[in-house]
Design a protein around this ligand. Structure first.
Ligand SMILES: [Zn+2]
Length: 160
């Protein structure tokens, strides 16, 4: 790895540490020429993942786009970006295990909905209303009724 201080290409790893349950490895390195210490992160190439859309065509998996979509559903809810990122990583790990590297978009939506349901009811209904295309209107009304019953002080949903 090129030293950020002197540009030399010779270094030694002095510490390796797994992050996010091993999804990322952080390495502390020392430059053998100038002694500078720096850190690198190693993770599996995510761009290799392809998403199959409803019309059968493929697009590259965009982690940032997914995070933004969930962030929108979680607006003004007590959910940190870190929680959302962890959720996305967990969802993608499960999907790769189930589908390999070509993942149907419907499976992604369903899996996120499932996770949000246990995380935050408001975020769950918001996300589901956009991505799941409720099978019929009564499903949706039922979900909202359930939501209102269990959290009477919840804010008004903008989608109603
Ligand atoms: Zn150096």
């Amino acid at each position: 790895m090129k030293c950020p201080k002197c540009g030399a290409l010779r270094d030694r790893v002095i510490d390796s540490r797994p992050l996010q349950e091993g999804a990322i490895i952080r390495r502390r390195r020392v430059c053998l020429q100038c002694g500078a210490r720096f850190t690198t992160y190693e993770e599996i190439e995510r761009l290799a993942l392809r998403v199959q859309k409803r019309d059968g065509s493929f697009e590259l998996f965009d982690r940032q786009k997914m995070i933004l979509g969930i962030e929108k559903a979680c607006e003004k809810r007590p959910i940190s970006l870190k929680t959302i990122e962890d959720l996305v990583d967990r969802v993608m790990a499960e999907l790769v295990q189930a589908h390999g590297h070509e993942i149907p978009s419907s499976a992604i939506g369903e899996r996120i909905v499932e996770k949000l349901r246990t995380l935050d009811e408001v975020a769950y209904v918001r996300f589901a209303s956009v991505y799941r295309k409720f099978r019929d209107a009564s499903d949706f009304v039922h979900a909202v009724k359930k939501l209102n019953r269990s959290s009477p002080q919840s804010e008004t949903l903008p989608l109603l």
